[in-house]
Write a protein that binds this ligand. Structure first.
Ligand SMILES: Nc1ncnc2c1ncn2[C@@H]1O[C@H](COP(=O)(O)OP(=O)(O)OP(=O)(O)O)[C@@H](O)[C@H]1O
Ligand SMILES: CC(C)(CO)[C@@H](O)C(=O)[O-]
Ligand code: BAL
Length: 287
């Protein structure tokens, strides 16, 4: 097993080494929590590690920028990569093992399987704008869960639809790993932390919190009795006024992600995606 640098974190590049370490821990009666990421770690990722440490005796994180979840027009090449800094942050957070495989090891030349999740969890939100995205996510998450065999895996609510898609996939395919969600960590001004925030110019960064503010106002209006479509329209207008190009602002059932017409169809989750210049931001909030 490779151990790079002076940290206590084990850095593992090969699937076989990951399996061997996890099996070893299991023999010693340890419990294992898994935090899958694409790296460029920020306080949102680290909060997932903190949550993992309260639930298991060992924490495994994967860092893998997964090519199959990016369309050819998207930012796979430009996606921020900061491995040394990530390893130090994971170490400082008390993590145990960082799994960072090479693309050719996860997708060898003859790789030919994609997992396609269908149904309401994949209907009409991110999938409309990133039609191949969730099959890439479901496929890599299935591979990672299968390799890690953790007791539980933690995903951020920031990617709310992803959390629902992964939960559905893990249930349908009988994965034993329990899928858990954890709350979104935000900047003081409300902007959800995201690795892609580094793409924002200074002016775009100033405007970006409008996304959360518009959702928060929409949620408050709905809970005070406003009609859902009217409240969503106010949020869409606020985003347009601030200079966003909106992909969607929708109200869905918080568990099933089915469309909802009123509070009685709830619990409700508001979900949005919008571009500021070239940067696409997503966010969501309970209503
Ligand atoms: N602000 C946040 N709070 C809590 N969890 C988060 C936050 N941002 C991301 N996560 C979670 O961290 C995990 C890894 O996400 P990822 O590496 O894609 O980071 P990201 O910041 O969401 O990047 P991206 O810009 O690609 O959306 C996911 O489960 C994601 O939901
Ligand atoms: C879950 C995930 C690690 C799969 O590549 C990714 O979509 C992410 O970081 O949210
Ligand atoms: N956090 C979701 C990863 C993606 O946008 O590809």
């Amino acid at each position: 097993m490779a151990v790079e640098g002076a940290s206590r974190v084990r850095i593992v590049r090969e699937a076989a080494s990951l399996r061997a370490q996890v099996a070893d821990w299991r023999r010693q009666g340890e419990t294992i929590a898994f935090v899958p990421t694409m790296g460029a770690l920020h306080a949102g990722h680290i909060s997932l590690v903190g949550e993992a440490k309260t639930l298991a005796s060992r924490v495994v994180m994967s860092i893998f920028v997964n090519p199959t979840q990016f369309a050819p027009t998207e930012d796979f090449g430009a996606y921020p990569r900061a491995f040394e800094a990530d390893a130090a942050k994971f170490d400082a957070a008390g993590g145990d093992l960082l799994f960072a495989p090479a693309v050719e090891n996860m997708y060898p030349q003859n790789f030919a399987t994609l997992i396609n999740v269908e149904g309401p969890a994949v209907a009409g939100l991110e999938d409309r704008f990133r039609p191949t995205h969730f099959s890439g996510v479901a496929t890599i998450v299935a591979k990672l869960l299968n390799l890690c065999r953790a007791d539980l895996a933690i995903f951020g609510e920031k990617d709310y639809q992803q959390l629902k898609v992964v939960t559905q996939m893990a249930r349908d395919l009988d994965f034993e790993t329990k899928i858990l969600g954890a709350p979104t960590i935000r900047e003081k001004d409300g902007l959800a932390l995201s690795s892609r925030n580094v793409y924002l110019s200074a002016e775009e960064r100033r405007v970006a919190p409008v996304l959360h503010a518009a959702l928060a106002r929409c949620a408050a209006d709905i809970s005070k009795g406003a009609a859902i479509e009217a409240a969503l329209d106010v949020a869409r207008a606020a985003l347009a006024d601030a200079g966003f190009v909106t992909d969607y602002v929708e109200a869905r059932h918080a568990e099933t992600l089915r469309p909802v017409a009123s509070l009685v169809d709830g619990p409700i989750r508001l979900l949005a995606a919008a571009k500021l210049g070239k940067t696409r931001l997503i966010d969501n909030i309970a209503a």
